[in-house]
Ligand binder design. Structure first.
Ligand SMILES: [Zn+2]
Length: 143
């Protein structure tokens, strides 16, 4: 029931909410013990804030929910590979696991040679096609 695909679909739903606001469609959820404790989507245009990536907001709200800054026993599901800023924030959070939908070869942290916290397990390629297609379609329609 509570598979990676299940939670990635929720992250995709968040990406859809971003799309409806004409934001770059990236969404994420943070799960702790099979329970969603934070969900968010990219809001950089709405908030006119370049730091308002989905992951940054989810990290803050999950820490508020848990009442502690470290996201131990938590998994972040994000539709697109985190950028350098978000991967830095995730490393500081000591999150247990990060599940990525589509890779971002240009802006993602992996090709920059960065890694997350040593305790963080990373999984890629969950619902990859849908996660990648929503972003590609968005930019195709912008041009
Ligand atoms: Zn980011």
């Amino acid at each position: 029931m509570f598979t990676d695909e299940y939670f990635m679909k929720m992250a995709l739903q968040e990406a859809q909410f971003a799309l409806e606001k004409d934001e770059v469609p990236i969404g994420c959820v943070i799960v702790s013990n099979d329970r969603v404790i934070a969900k968010s989507h990219n809001l950089t245009e709405t908030l006119t804030d370049v730091t308002a990536h989905a992951e940054m907001q989810a990290i803050t709200s999950a820490a508020n929910f848990l009442g502690g800054k470290y996201l131990q026993n938590c998994t972040l599901y994000v539709t697109l590979e985190p950028c350098v800023m978000c991967s830095g924030a995730l490393a500081w959070s000591q999150i247990s696991r990060v599940v990525i939908g589509a890779r971002d070869e240009q802006r993602g942290f992996i090709n920059k040679g960065l890694s997350l916290h040593p305790k963080t397990e990373v999984t890629t390629g969950i619902q990859e096609y849908e996660c990648s297609e929503i972003v590609k379609t968005f930019f195709r329609n912008k041009r």
